[in-house]
Design a protein around this ligand. Structure first.
Ligand SMILES: [Zn+2]
Length: 267
């Protein structure tokens, strides 16, 4: 995954704060440039994730979302603006990213994630970022990542709270291990209307969400992606990070892989 070519003089200027940073440096920056990351969902979480990964210089950024930008999105979905109302979210985000960093190649995928297309979606990427707002879709994405052996960074927000966890193949639990669900969970692609109640997973469309909450969790997800790409630090694997913005507390709970997990367990 290491980039072959040296950084250009423009890249050396643009990424100067990375080039002198422990854990990144020139080799890390070339790895970032060679990386392919997929962000699934271009709403509250996907906005800061996509913008930070683009700013960092991720070479290829896949953006997947079927929705269009609405006025009620702009309270927290900072990749979009008034000029994007009615526009497909992936195209709106792609436009913003091109303005931010033309060195990033954006693959705008105006598609709804489903059981039928999940494997094909994740196949072309090194790392997958869950920026979804539906429990059913998260199971679909997680199962596809487990099957394909891809890292997946999970994040969710609701109200003044959020959570994050990284799935590293062969190390720690997958999303399904932690949030339960047998082979049928998420099979229909049903949204959080069905799933949220029995798992307790955060459901933003029900509870409302603070404008900055997806910024907090999205920045954590982007950090996990950049660590994975550069091979730096300790991933958030085997730990579920919980954020409570009202009390301004971070907590984490240890989570273990479930040997009987339908997706990642020894079947
Ligand atoms: Zn599992």
């Amino acid at each position: 995954m290491e980039g072959q070519a040296e950084l250009t003089s423009e890249e050396i200027q643009r990424y100067s704060r990375h080039l002198c940073l422990a854990g990144v440096g020139g080799e890390g920056q070339r790895r970032i440039r060679s990386a392919r990351a997929l962000v699934v969902g271009l709403g509250g979480l996907g906005s800061p994730i996509a913008l930070y990964l683009a700013a960092a210089g991720v070479g290829v950024l896949g953006l997947a979302d079927p929705d269009v930008v609405e006025l009620s999105n702009l309270q927290r979905q900072i990749a979009h603006g008034m000029g994007s109302l009615g526009m497909c979210k992936v195209e709106s985000a792609a436009r913003r990213i091109r303005e931010l960093n033309p060195g990033v190649r954006v693959e705008a995928l105006e598609v709804k994630l489903g059981r039928d297309n999940a494997a094909g979606l994740v196949a072309g990427y090194d790392v997958v970022v869950d920026a979804l707002d539906s429990l059913g879709d998260r199971f679909i994405l997680s199962d596809a990542c487990v099957a394909a052996g891809k890292h997946m960074v999970h994040g969710a927000v609701s109200g003044w709270m959020g959570e994050a966890m990284t799935y590293v193949p062969g190390r720690g639990p997958c999303y399904r291990c932690v949030f339960g669900g047998d082979a049928t969970a998420g099979a229909s692609g049903a949204g959080s209307e069905d799933g949220a109640e029995d798992s307790g997973t955060l459901a933003p469309e029900r509870a409302g969400v603070l404008s900055s909450a997806p910024g907090v969790i999205g920045a954590i997800e982007a950090t996990e992606v950049l660590k994975m790409i550069t091979g730096t630090g300790e991933p958030l694997a085997g730990r579920l990070l919980l954020w409570d913005g009202m009390r301004m507390r971070f907590d984490q709970i240890e989570v273990k892989a479930d040997p009987a997990c339908w997706a990642c367990g020894a079947r």
